[in-house]
Structure formats: C-alpha cells, structure tokens
Design a protein around this ligand. Structure first.
Ligand code: AHM
Ligand code: MG
Length: 334
C-alpha cells in the first residue's frame, strides 16, 4: 500500500513546487485545518456537549445564532489570531472585521469564513460545515474592511470542511482540488482524492423548490425543463437533491457532478440573493472552477464580481459546466 499523505505533507510539497504556496500560507492552512478538527469534535458531541440549540443573539444578517455558530467562530479566531500569518479576519457571525490584536505580529493574509454553514441542520444531525477563503492583504500600513473587498479571482486559497458521516477537508491553492479525510484515530487529515473533476454533464439539480413561485423566468424555465424529464426538451429524467447545507450540496457536486442554484428571487427583490459573496460563494466558486465546473450569478462569473461590502449577497448557480452554461444562456439570450 502506498504511504498515506497527510495534509501537512501535501502542503509542504505544494510549498516546494516552485514556491507554489509561501510558508506563511501553509501555516495558515494548517491552523484552519486544526480549528476544523476542533469544530468537528464539538459537532460530534451533539447533545452530550451542550452545543445544540439557539442563543438569544442575532448576527449582522438578522439570523438567530446557534450555539455552534458562536463556538465555531471563537475556535477559528482563537486558533488563527496568534500565529503571525494574518492581518485580520472576517466572518458571517461578526459585523466588522477582526484585526489581529497588537500583542501578536501581523501577517500579510486575510481570512474570511462562514464558521458553521447550514446552521438549520445542526439540531437534526445533518451534514454542516466550515467554509473559508484566503486573500492577500494589499500593500500599505494597517488593515481595513476595504482591504477585504477583492474579487474572488484574487483568492490565494479556499476550501471547506464538511462535518458529515466523515469529516472531509476540501482545498484549493490554485492547483486543482484535493480532498482530505479526517483519520480520527491519528487525529490528522489524510489525502483521499486529488485532481477532483466535476463531470461536465449531469442529471441532478439542487434548489429549494419551495421558492419556485418567487423565481425569475430563466431559473423557472431551467427547472421546468428538468422536471419535464424524458418527455421534455432535455430528453432525460433529472433527480433532485437539497440538503440545505451549501457545503454538503457542493460536496456532492464535487464528488459526482450536478448543479446547485440559490438564485435571486422576488421575496426580497433588493437583495441580490441569499448567500454571501465573500465567504460562501467565492470560495465555493473557485473550488468548482478548479475542478472543471463553472459558477455564475446568471450574468457574470462570480469570481469577477467586485464586492462593495463585506456581507454582500449574491445569486449563485454553480456546478457541472454544461448545465451552468445553459442556465447562463437562458439569462443572457432568452
Ligand atoms: P447559513 O450560513 O446561515 O447556514 O445559511 C446558508 C445556507 C446554505 O448552506 C444553504 O444552501 C441555504 O442556506 C439553505 O437555505 P434554505 O433554508 O432556503 O433551504
Ligand atoms: Mg452559510
């Protein structure tokens, strides 16, 4: 049997390859992975660990925070603030940015995360996860929210950790997508798949169908055609999946293909969508592109969108390339 490759070894090799990733970024990713292991342990304890249920507080998005949202946020901050590789962090659970305190050295990277994605699934024991994105801080003294407002194509690393039947860390540093499974006995992430590729075609779509009446015409047309099955214009039957945890839905797509949609809808016409651009859509879009898929808001590549605020929302359509192109076509040339 070939030797197992740990996440640490994978990252060291990435660093050696033409200096693909700088040492500081490698350290940062190791720390994020360590924090994910700790979050995974809390998730696993469930009702035995006093981690279930909600709190009295709301986040900046007006959503009631679950205990695990807050625990995961604290774990990520505490793990990352002292290492000297970061200048600041931003999170779904914090209104403003978290600047690394003066007592620690300031590094050159910025870390963004959704500490616990899919919060509505915590109490029902369904897969949830942590999503993260790493940017380089622009040159100059100090750090501000403005420094974070970079399009997704500027990311230097992105990934997620899904806490499901297995805990799996999925990562890109711009050289394809690799998956690492947590070996609980050893306490380390082990490389279990490299060069992840999303099939270009699929017969599977993921969307919250209960919002159908609110959708825009191109999305409605696409889903109607899928539902029409073998008798319809697509000439094939489709299957539908909706976990309601973006991490789990994207993980399925990276594993066997499919298309995921959380489109703009008429419920709140002034919001571009439900999901957040900088710490949900951007990292997932880069992973999907790195695996040969595509990601768009219907009209524009997600990674090209210039953010104007930290918690900006966006319409998300991502996954198998040919399906995403078809949906884009329905938006741009109806
Ligand atoms: P969260 O970050 O507060 O958990 O919200 C994001 C989640 C995504 O993981 C998921 O795709 C979506 O919200 C589910 O929405 P819905 O409740 O409409 O099914
Ligand atoms: Mg989320």
């Amino acid at each position: 049997m070939p030797p197992k490759i740990s996440l640490s070894r994978y990252l060291v090799e990435q660093q050696r390859m033409d200096g693909h990733i700088p040492a500081e970024l490698r350290l940062l990713l190791e720390v994020v992975a360590r924090a994910s292991k700790s979050i995974s342990q809390s998730v696993n304890k469930g009702a035995l660990g006093d981690v279930m249920g909600g709190t009295e507080s709301e986040n900046v998005q007006g959503e009631v925070q679950k205990k695990l949202d807050i625990i995961a946020n604290e774990v990520l901050i505490e793990a990352n603030e002292w290492g000297g590789h970061l200048a600041a962090m931003a999170s779904e659970e914090m209104e403003g940015i978290y600047v690394v305190p003066n007592r620690y050295p300031q590094g050159e990277f910025l870390l963004l995360f959704d500490p616990l994605d899919g919060s509505s699934n915590i109490d029902v024991n369904v897969s949830i996860g942590t999503i993260f994105s790493v940017l380089k801080k622009p040159e100059g003294a100090g750090v501000s929210e403005q420094d974070f407002l970079q399009p997704g194509c500027k990311q230097v690393a992105a990934g997620y950790c899904v806490y499901g039947p297995q805990t799996t860390l999925v990562l890109t540093v711009g050289d394809g997508v690799a998956m690492f499974t947590l070996d609980r006995e050893q306490g380390s992430f082990v490389l279990t798949q490299e060069n992840v590729k999303i099939p270009e075609d699929t017969k599977e779509f993921a969307i919250n169908m209960s919002n159908m009446r609110h959708w825009d015409t191109p999305v409605k047309r696409y889903v109607d055609e899928c539902l029409a099955g073998v008798e319809g214009p697509r000439g094939k039957d489709f299957n539908m999946r909706w976990v309601a945890s973006m991490v789990a839905d994207v993980h399925r797509i990276l594993t066997r293909g499919g298309v995921f949609l959380y489109p703009w809808d008429k419920r709140e016409p002034n919001k571009p969508g439900k999901l957040r651009l900088m710490y949900e859509a951007n990292p997932m879009s880069w992973l999907v592109e790195q695996a040969g898929g595509a990601a768009t808001n219907g009209r524009e590549r997600i990674l090209d969108i210039q953010p104007t605020k930290l918690h900006e929302r966006v319409s998300v359509i991502l996954g198998s390339k040919n399906e995403v192109e078809r949906i884009t076509h329905y938006h741009t040339k109806p």
